[in-house]
Design a protein around this ligand. Sequence first.
Ligand SMILES: NC(=O)c1ccc[n+]([C@@H]2O[C@H](COP(=O)([O-])OP(=O)(O)OC[C@H]3O[C@@H](n4cnc5c(N)ncnc54)[C@H](OP(=O)(O)O)[C@@H]3O)[C@@H](O)[C@H]2O)c1
Length: 310
Amino acid sequence: MTARLIDGSAIGAAIRSEVAAEVSALRAHGTAPGLTVILVGEDPPSQIYVRSKARACAEAGMRSDVIALPASTAEHELLSVIERLNHDAAVHGILCQLPLPRHLDSARILRRIDPAKDVDGLHPINVGKLVLGDATGFKPATPFGVQQLLVRSGIDTRSAHVVIVGRSNLVGRPLANLLSQSGPGADATVTIAHSRTRDLDAVCRTADILIVAIGRAEFIRAAAVKPGATVIDVGTTRVDDASRSRGYRLAGDVAFDEVCEVAGAITPVPGGVGPMTIAMLLVNTLRAATMLTVGRSATSRQPPATSPPS
Ligand SMILES: NC(=O)c1ccc[n+]([C@@H]2O[C@H](COP(=O)([O-])OP(=O)(O)OC[C@H]3O[C@@H](n4cnc5c(N)ncnc54)[C@H](OP(=O)(O)O)[C@@H]3O)[C@@H](O)[C@H]2O)c1
């Protein structure tokens, strides 16, 4: 069997063009949605992610600013930048690129972002709303993107057994919450696995949909996949590769070539979850701009990318 490829680049592009159409309608009413990304330090992958986010914003007709601060930035300096952005009416979304340098307390910094501008969905208020199934909060972009990837690929989560490998606050836990709620793109029975899970392969083989977010290159092999299962690979790890001009390649958490022969559908790396993360960040920023300018009546309105296939 050769698995069907789930094309995150194409699905992400479709979502971005839907966002662009809504942005131009909002601009016609005098609002230019704006995202500000704060980058502290010179972590090369973070620099690439920030550039991609800024480019995607610009292509969708949004304003985007990058505030680049030196790695030596003190916590009170970063907090005062966030405070200024919280009060800037032209800024609708604020994203602080993670990871931050070690001397900065990420949890304290994320808590300072106005929840109404927290388009990364990491403020405790938005995390709480996600857990409660309260649609007025922001869903974190990567879990939201994985859910949309499934919905728009026609993969039914209802009554499916989903195994998520990885329990981080950024990916695994919020994704488990999203997929186990009731409603379209959810209604799944979810198991979370992690580094202490006994017989991980056996647990993974019970999955109709296997989602892997661990950050270990090509760790999940064919023996962990039930024939015909859907496999979503969130992992992105740089692996040395002298044959590439930049000296490395991006690898997922799944051994793609051998798992392709067992799975029914699979995401590639790159070109799977990554483009969806950026697309959903734009969805969240558009929604923040709508909520902050049109008013709270928009808070329960669904963003443009949540409808399941009919
Ligand atoms: N494509 C995107 O847009 C996107 C976005 C976010 C993250 N990512 C990628 O996704 C990956 C995970 O990111 P993260 O932030 O969630 O990572 P993280 O915070 O390091 O969490 C990793 C999780 O994987 C689990 N784990 C590690 N080794 C394991 C093993 N051998 N068996 C089972 N579980 C294991 C850990 O378990 P314990 O809790 O027991 O330690 C932990 O829960 C990374 O490669 C990251 O770059 C991609």
